[in-house]
Design a protein around this ligand. Structure first.
Ligand SMILES: Nc1ncnc2c1ncn2[C@@H]1O[C@H](COP(=O)(O)OP(=O)(O)OP(=O)(O)O)[C@@H](O)[C@H]1O
Ligand SMILES: [Mg+2]
Length: 249
């Protein structure tokens, strides 16, 4: 069975979609079969970040409403050996996705891929609950500020309540040269305040922002420090001590 990882954040705009798209792309570049699921009903973004917006015809709402098969709604990104996208609906009123829908869908799909990466909506409401319900691990994306820190702490409690055993944090949009300035929480302070481990930090970098708008994930540039950083984060998230990916759980 594949691993199911929810990428989540208490606050909108923390970098969930950025992290989900690059996490999935790195895993796919390493030869894994990866399915990205966008659970932002009415506010989907993954198709734009992958440059697949013109290929999405059906979405997860169509599967729930039995308008199409699962196979029809999944779009393949042909730049990678095996990266697939299941988009959220553009219409927020299309179909209410219940946790039971998501569990059934993930049950059917997890046997077919090594990783399912779920881009969740912000906060911890009903849609979020459906998005995380089938996950066996979660990555909380936070930014380097007290608001995000508090939200991440609350979200960690919610994830534990949802019974998600493995939770990690990634601190995004870190500005080089400011850590320890006292202007906002230091990385070490954040790591201490949160109970779950910090899997890595991602710098504020215009190349990341440009890539999000270009349809080409930033990690497609193989020899950059951003890509190396992502690969290290993936190592901390998924690899065992001997370096093998811990796929069977
Ligand atoms: N490390 C970074 N460096 C520069 N820009 C970034 C970085 N991370 C994210 N961004 C930019 O920040 C914005 C928000 O990122 P993203 O869409 O991934 O957040 P989100 O948490 O998914 O937001 P939402 O809650 O709206 O779904 C985007 O414009 C993205 O390009
Ligand atoms: Mg998003």
């Amino acid at each position: 069975m594949g691993r199911i990882t929810a990428v989540t954040a208490g606050k909108g705009g923390a970098g969930k979609t950025m992290f989900a798209v690059n996490l999935a792309s790195c895993l796919a570049m390493k030869g894994r079969t990866v399915l990205l699921i966008d659970m932002n009903s009415g506010f989907r973004h993954l198709d734009i970040c992958l440059g697949l917006e013109n290929q999405v015809i059906y979405d997860i709402g169509d599967i729930i409403e039995e308008i199409c098969t699962i196979r029809k709604a999944i779009v393949r990104d042909r730049r990678f050996p095996a990266l697939y996208l299941l988009s959220a609906s553009q219409n927020p009123d299309k179909a209410e996705i219940l946790p039971s829908h998501m569990r059934r869908l993930c049950e059917k799909l997890s046997g077919k891929c090594d990783h399912i990466i779920i881009d969740t909506p912000p906060g911890a409401g009903k849609e979020w609950q459906a998005a995380v319900t089938a996950a066996d691990s979660a990555v909380i994306v936070t930014t380097q500020d007290y608001i995000s820190l508090r939200d991440s702490d609350s979200l960690e409690r919610k994830l534990l309540q949802e019974g998600i055993p493995e939770i990690s944090v990634v601190i995004n949009r870190v500005r080089a040269g400011y850590d320890g300035s006292g202007l906002f929480p230091a990385i070490a302070e954040m790591a201490e305040a949160l109970r779950c481990p910090v899997a890595g930090i991602i710098q504020e970098d215009e190349n990341i922002h440009i890539a999000m708008n270009s349809g080409v994930p930033v990690v497609c540039k193989k020899d950059s420090y951003v890509t190396r950083n992502f690969l290290n984060i993936i190592g901390r998230l998924f690899e065992t001590e001997n370096g093998d990916e811990n796929q069977v759980r």
